[in-house]
Design a protein around this ligand. Structure first.
Ligand code: 5GP
Length: 221
């Protein structure tokens, strides 16, 4: 018998702001309701339409710093405008232990910390087809000021150079193709040999014996 490791996989998805990773994650979840997209904590202000506990846990800087001090964060980073973003640890551990695959949609500094703590994670980097297209998408999104777009675009350059720290790269040219590539990665990771906890060779030998003696005894070709 082959016994599989029943712990879920931790899947980290990063990519520059505007590369479409948010859309990829929501489509991924819609197609695969058994996946769990973790809710991050942030000190930034909610955008219009964003809901506390759904898009993020929106907290004050003090609350965030207390959580770090309590050892409650798997990773965190100061990303834009001095705002903190981080992954509370407890929920991630709980889901992984229940055998559920957990998605973290986080930037590269946080991903590097996750890699230290959980090197068995699966690290996927999403890139736009070109920097020009990235700039176009950031402007079209219409959620940031001009200064914020410039800050995000500069950071995108820095982030794209870190791609070699990831296991997989997915170009988001066509959204459905990108989603199906991420799905393929998640499925393939489930089949990794190192997920096999126990491969009972005795049982295999017994089966071989049974096959050669019992099952073949009436076979006369
Ligand atoms: P936004 O302000 O557009 O929601 O997110 C800004 C950036 O923060 C994105 O690149 C996003 O991936 C990243 N981010 C969101 N949640 C987390 C988190 O929990 N940890 C880290 N390190 N980055 C995060």
């Amino acid at each position: 018998m082959v016994k599989e490791n029943i712990r879920g996989n931790l899947i980290v998805i990063s990519g520059p702001s505007g590369c479409g990773k948010g859309t990829i994650c929501s489509k991924l979840l819609k197609n695969n309701p058994d996946l769990f997209l973790n809710v991050s904590m942030t000190t930034r202000e909610p955008r219009s339409g964003e809901v506390d506990g759904v898009n993020y846990y929106f907290v004050t800087k003090d609350e965030f710093l207390n959580k770090i001090d309590d050892g409650g964060m798997l990773e965190y980073a100061v990303v834009y405008n001095g705002n903190y973003y981080g992954t509370p640890k407890a929920e991630v551990e709980k889901k992984l232990n229940e055998g559920i695959d957990v998605i973290l949609e986080i930037e590269i500094e946080g991903a590097a910390q996750v890699n230290e703590a959980m090197p068995e994670g699966v690290f996927i980097f999403i890139i736009p087809p070109s920097m020009r297209e990235l700039k176009r998408r950031l402007i079209k999104r219409n959620t940031e000021t001009k200064e914020q777009i410039i800050e995000r675009f500069k950071r995108a350059y820095k982030e794209i150079n870190e791609v070699n720290k990831y296991n997989y790269i997915v170009i988001n040219d066509d959204i459905d193709t990108a989603v199906s590539k991420v799905e393929a990665i998640i499925k393939a990771e489930k089949c990794r040999v190192n997920r096999i906890e126990d491969f009972d060779l005795n049982t295999k030998e017994e089966m071989l014996h049974e096959l050669l003696t019992e099952d073949l005894k009436d076979y006369d070709k």
